[in-house]
Write a protein that binds this ligand. Structure first.
Ligand code: IMP
Length: 417
């Protein structure tokens, strides 16, 4: 299993792509088109949002029940991959229990954010929160509903009637025409029909058959609905346990959890961020790391590596190893601050992530300065100071760093063990 250890954008797509080479089935377990995975293969850049990254490696790829699916986005991505010469035939599987993102979810996501103004969450405005909310209130429409036009019509008419009241009366927006939406989704249904599958059975059979299954998280630990920095989180469960829930398998079927963390930290959207860099170094890291959102194009906020938050990620995911990405971005800095503790508002210091939001919102980072390496990282191993940086992380977290990212493409990964 591969899980984001920070606030997302850690470069999971690249690590999934790499490990997918030796996997048989790749499973995406939560989120929807809010994810943005960038994968570079043979100089070709793929930016995907909805399909599992495994598809780029030509592997069977499944979308679990815990995901939300925007059919138009999914179909467009598959078409785009096919147009660029990749084969997806027979490789795409979507759980019938996954929920559909409907056009009103997207409209409501944007409207709610605008209404929140200064207090907005900074969502990707892809309809994620409203779709998961409808799932939880049990008025959502699922992928399997696409397979029965009568059921789809019934559920859709019910939903439209309610959503139109919200859109018109609460937000002063245009309403949706049920017939128009139905027609569009029946069109999507024709394309998606061959992809709809019992993905729990799919994984179970693969595991029983001795195949290798790779689970791919989208978003990340600190964006987890239960364990992240609520309310500045996404509406699903990116932490490792989310995979077992989404795919309907026992947690004991998961052997290894690889956390993916950048060698520094980024965050898109609002919310507290203790190790956020002060001054021009933040712009420099953003520039060197090309830290602009895949989905929304927004600037990512940049911070120095935060070992307090990473220690928390190791704990809540049961991480067995860590992949440290984008180490090359730090190559030009003579000194590298690493956050080792927080000072809480009452003056006490902690190495453990604060359980109370007010402590986290008002804590101050304590940085230790590590020597930089001030040279490029090649394919023949790490400079001594870079090795020191990695060892420092391993010692602080008590987790081995097994992979280090040194550039954008598939080849730019050093296996340390
Ligand atoms: P939502 O998932 O669109 O509802 O957005 C909720 C929060 O999660 C916002 O802070 C987003 O910026 C953040 N978020 C969602 N997806 C990603 C991602 O793939 N990378 C980084 N942040 C994300």
């Amino acid at each position: 299993m591969i899980v984001g250890a920070q606030w997302g954008d850690e470069g999971k797509g690249k690590i999934v792509d790499l490990l997918a080479q030796s996997s048989d089935l790749v499973c995406r377990y939560q989120g929807g088109p809010n994810a943005g995975h960038t994968i570079v293969v043979d100089g070709e850049t793929y930016k995907i949002r909805q399909v599992p990254s495994g598809i780029i490696a030509g592997k069977r790829s499944a979308i679990g029940a815990g995901c939300v699916v925007d059919p138009a986005v999914l179909i467009a991505e598959i078409d785009d991959l096919e147009a660029r010469g990749l084969t997806t035939e027979g490789l795409v599987f979507v759980s019938g229990n996954a929920h559909l993102i409907m056009p009103w979810h997207v409209a409501l996501d944007g409207a709610r954010e605008r209404r929140l103004g200064r207090l907005q969450i900074g969502t990707t405005r892809r309809g994620i929160g409203p779709a998961y909310a409808d799932k939880a209130t049990r008025i959502g429409i699922r992928v399997q509903d696409l397979l029965d036009a009568k059921i789809l019509r019934q559920k859709l008419e019910l939903a439209v009637a309610e959503k139109n009241v919200w859109l018109e009366r609460v937000y002063g927006l245009d309403s949706f025409d049920a017939e128009e939406v139905l027609e569009a989704y029946l069109g999507h249904a024709e394309r998606m029909r061959p992809w709809v599958w019992d993905t729990s059975l799919l994984v179970d059979r693969a595991l029983r058959g001795g195949e290798r299954v790779l689970f791919e998280g989208a978003q990340a630990t600190l964006l987890d609905l239960d364990h992240g920095t609520y309310p500045f989180v996404t509406s699903s469960s990116p932490i490792a346990a989310g995979a077992a829930v989404s795919f309907g398998i026992g947690p004991n079927r998961i052997d290894e959890v690889v956390g993916v963390a950048k060698a520094y930290v980024t965050r898109v959207g609002e919310g507290p961020f203790p190790s956020e860099i002060d001054g021009p170094a933040q712009d420099r890291v953003r520039e060197l790391g090309r830290e602009f959102g895949t989905v929304t194009g927004r600037h990512r906020r940049c911070g120095w590596l935060d070992l307090v938050a990473l220690r928390f990620a190791v704990r809540v995911n049961g991480m067995t190893s860590l992949a440290l990405t984008k180490l090359d971005v730090l190559s030009e800095f003579p000194e590298l601050p690493v956050c080792v503790r927080y000072v809480l508002p009452d003056g006490s210091e902690t190495e453990d992530f604060p359980a109370h939001q007010s402590d986290f919102h008002h804590c101050r980072p304590v940085f230790e300065l590590l020597p930089g390496w001030e040279s490029q990282i090649g394919s023949d191993g790490l400079p001594a100071a870079a090795r020191g940086y990695v060892s420092f992380v391993e010692d602080a977290l008590d987790v081995p760093v097994t992979l280090v990212g040194t550039g954008a493409s598939r080849e730019h990964v050093l296996a340390l063990r």
